[in-house]
Write a protein that binds this ligand. Structure first.
Ligand code: DGL
Length: 275
């Protein structure tokens, strides 16, 4: 049997596209409905009750669209009450916190892990609980990075203002000797270049996007929900904000291959790097 229904993925904006990208890489036959709540972005500085209300709106919308699985591609949503969302959905729900935590606990060599995220995520203590639940004897040092998401939503990954903010956030983590950093916000993988440059090559960056996609893969197969038709699926990307702006950022961050497929004959293959 084949289940043609879409996987529902949502975030406060474009950050969840890092998770969407990773899912599409592992499950190229699966259709996706993505919702970015750009009109109410950012979630990070808001009270968790408010974030939970928004998240429930979107989850209800996606359930109404008959998605077969919900992927909460936003740490700030997950800390506001994944349980509520799961209970209302009646379908498998995959979050981002456990996958990233598991990977970090395995990656650390000295047992000192850093976490960066929004204010909502850091103050919730959700990662401290997730790390404790693994039973590993590691120490977690957390740092909220409130301005990061605004830069990412503007398509800025290189400005001087962003770089000096990064230095200010990262120095206390470097001083504590972290050898692994969890990117506890789905916008942050887009800042991996900057983060690695500032932290140096010895610090392992853990992007929950890729780890979450593996959980989505496992959950889909375990629940027997795969779509088996070989033809390319149709995706839907929805923004509650300005669609043109979202479209532009999605092209940059999700990848143009999703929106435009070029024929192989049109590529300059003669004498080129293919030989
Ligand atoms: N991408 C969201 C997260 O993973 C947060 C962005 C926001 O503050 O809205 O936490």
């Amino acid at each position: 049997v084949s289940d043609p229904r879409a996987i529902g993925v949502f975030d406060s904006g474009v950050g969840g596209l890092t998770v969407a990208r990773a899912i599409l890489d592992l499950l190229p036959r699966e259709p996706m409905i993505y919702v970015g709540d750009s009109a109410r972005f950012p979630y990070g500085p808001k009270p968790v009750e408010e974030i939970r209300r928004y998240a429930i709106d979107i989850a209800d919308y996606l359930v109404h669209r008959d998605v077969k699985m919900l992927v909460v591609a936003c740490n700030s949503v997950e800390v506001s009450g994944l349980g509520d969302i799961a209970a209302r959905a009646g379908i498998p729900v995959v979050g981002v916190i456990d996958p990233g935590t598991r990977t970090a606990v395995h990656a650390t060599r000295n047992g000192v892990i850093g976490l960066i995220g929004t204010e909502a995520t850091v103050t919730s203590g959700a990662y401290d609980r997730a790390v404790a639940a693994t039973g590993a004897s590691v120490t977690l040092h957390s740092q909220a990075c409130p301005v990061f998401v605004e830069h990412v939503e503007r398509g800025d990954t290189t400005s001087d203002a962003l770089r000096s903010a990064a230095r200010e956030y990262l120095v206390p983590l470097i001083e504590r000797g972290i050898d692994t950093l969890i990117l506890g916000c789905t916008h942050y993988p887009l800042l991996s270049g900057l983060l690695q440059l500032e932290l140096g090559p010895d610090v392992v960056l853990v992007s929950s996007a890729e780890e979450t996609a593996k959980d989505v893969y496992a959950t889909l197969l375990r629940s027997g929900l795969e779509r088996r038709e070989p033809d390319a699926p149709a995706h839907e990307f929805l923004s509650t904000g300005e669609p043109e702006l979202f479209q532009h950022l999605a092209e940059v961050f999700l990848g143009p291959e999703l929106l435009e497929v070029r024929a192989a004959q049109a590529l300059p293959v003669g004498g080129g790097s293919w030989n």
